[in-house]
Design a protein. Structure first.
Length: 161
């Protein structure tokens, strides 16, 4: 059985993420969407909320599981017997960081492969960080996320003020 892990901070999950998972689910027998913290970013939504929102967003996909992890991604992948990482690539901006991450992950876990899926052209500009900024300034983000996500983000941002 071919399993791939799609890790990310998903803070919050967007339609762009959903598109990647739907496509990965057609390529693999099983996809584990692994929600972790990115030490290089400040996360807004708690990890359990991000997991719940993803489970709701991806409930239509039978071969997809949503889980959370802490520590190194490669250790999590090993613990799940998985040697394939899926990551998404938008326009030009992501390439350097993704390339660097894949090299480090291979150094730490020889044999692990990173597969980069190009984002659909309608989402190439989309990022969770930009949606947090838009939402924090009262912008309408409903075309890029499901209603539950928009609500969770607005509620959290209100709490933070
Ligand atoms: O959606 P993001 O923020 O780009 O996801 C990044 C994430 C969470 C996949 C990355 O930060 C990660 O793998 N964190 C776990 C710690 C780790 O293994 N770091 C080494 C990466 S080379």
């Amino acid at each position: 059985m071919r399993t791939a892990v799609y890790p990310g901070s998903f803070d919050p999950v967007t339609h762009g993420h959903r598109d990647i998972v739907e496509r990965a689910a057609r390529l693999f027998d099983r996809v584990i969407v692994a929600v972790g913290d990115n030490p290089r970013k400040k996360q807004l939504l708690p990890v359990d909320v991000r997991v719940d929102l993803l489970r709701e967003e991806l409930a239509h996909l039978e071969n997809v599981e949503v889980d959370q992890f802490s520590g190194l991604l490669v250790d999590y992948a090993k613990s799940r017997d998985c040697a394939i990482i899926i990551r998404a690539l938008r326009a030009m901006s992501d390439f350097d960081a993704e390339f660097q991450m894949s090299v480090f992950n291979t150094e730490l876990f020889p044999g692990i492969e990173t597969l980069l899926l190009m984002t659909d052209k309608q989402y190439f500009y989309l990022s969770s960080s930009m949606l947090k900024e838009l939402s924090s300034q009262g912008g309408d983000i409903s075309r890029w996320v499901c209603p539950k996500v928009a609500e969770a983000l607005a509620a959290k941002l209100k709490d933070e003020v």
